[in-house]
Design a protein around this ligand. Structure first.
Ligand code: C2E
Ligand code: CA
Ligand code: CA
Ligand code: CA
Length: 279
């Protein structure tokens, strides 16, 4: 009995510690957003596989906590999603990315669409379509220059009104793509009904492509699904020349990954655009 009690106490203390840690991060994130400090948006080029030229960018949020240092987006986005911060964070990322895009366009630095990740919880917030359009209009960015990346599991949620939100975004001229494709359990019939224009092959298939024949077969199958449904396709996480060559050979035309460039701070991404414009 005595021991059982201690075990129980240990367990609750442990839980409290992690709940406390979350609460601390949530508070710190709120402060960072309110004071417009510590957060940044970095940009990773999306490139044409054939020649590495930049055809777009994905905006990725970065947070450096003053004491804890850099915190992984997967971690603080989960915290933001479980609190009410996701709306504020998502709007901040979108507005920041749009203002960068606007300034590049004004300087004649053309780079295709700006892709921004949008979480499931954020898409379910009331008035989300109007909020997104307002941010684009305020920034002076045409709706067609924005791409929203929605994960496969979120896009496939049935009976949640998700498909309706996606349709309304598309009606507004916004380009939609499915992120982490291949990791969910999409039926192809359902995929065909979604108002999306592109797919991103999940990095987990690309990672071992050059030495795992299952991953190679899955990737080749996804390329042909995209081709037969008339969807654009981007391969994520390309790190090696063998992966690029395999993808090119299968007819995939666009990619992202460390082989081409990691995500970069705004000024460094801009320097790449300037270099490309001068070529
Ligand atoms: P994601 O949307 O799948 O983003 C791709 C992730 O892969 C990014 O991690 C990127 O830095 C990383 N990556 C890119 N190329 C390579 C490569 O060649 N090799 C490897 N190993 N990794 C590569 P990051 O920035 O840590 O973001 C993680 C996830 O956090 C994202 O996955 C996305 O789901 C989420 N996220 C990031 N920024 C935002 C945001 O602004 N809003 C929302 N809702 N989610 C975001
Ligand atoms: Ca993404
Ligand atoms: Ca992804
Ligand atoms: Ca991911």
């Amino acid at each position: 009995k005595e021991r059982g009690k201690n075990t129980f106490q240990f367990y609750t203390t442990d839980m409290n510690a992690s709940a406390l840690e979350r609460l601390r991060l949530e508070y710190a994130l709120h402060r960072a957003l309110a004071q417009n400090e510590e957060l940044e948006v970095w940009y990773q080029p999306k490139v044409a596989l054939a020649d590495g030229s930049i055809v777009g960018a994905e905006a990725l949020v970065r947070w450096t906590h003053p004491e804890l240092g850099p915190i992984a987006p997967d971690r603080f986005i989960a915290i933001a999603e479980e609190s009410s911060l996701i709306g504020m964070l998502g709007e901040w990322v979108l507005a920041t990315a749009c203002s960068a895009l606007r300034s590049w366009r004004e300087r004649g630095l053309l780079m295709g669409r700006m892709a921004v990740n949008i979480s499931g919880r954020q898409l379910k917030l009331g008035g989300i379509v109007e909020t997104i359009c307002r941010i684009l209009d305020d920034a002076g960015v045409p709706h067609g220059s924005l791409e929203l990346e929605v994960t496969e599991s979120v896009a496939m949620e049935e009976g949640s009104g998700m498909i309706d939100v996606l349709h309304r975004l598309k009606e507004q001229g916004i380009y939609l793509s499915i992120d982490d494709f291949g990791t969910g359990y999409s039926s192809l019939a359902y995929l065909k009904r979604l108002p999306v224009s592109g797919l991103k092959i999940d990095r987990s298939f690309i990672m071992d492509l050059h030495r795992d024949s299952d991953d190679a077969a899955i990737t080749a199958a996804i390329v042909s699904i995209a081709q037969s449904l008339g969807l654009d396709l981007v391969a994520e996480g390309v790190e090696r020349v063998e992966q690029r060559d395999f993808l090119l050979g299968k007819g995939c035309t666009m990619a992202q990954g460390y082989f081409f460039s990691p995500p970069l701070p705004r000024a460094e991404f801009e320097a790449l655009l300037v270099e490309q414009a001068g070529r």
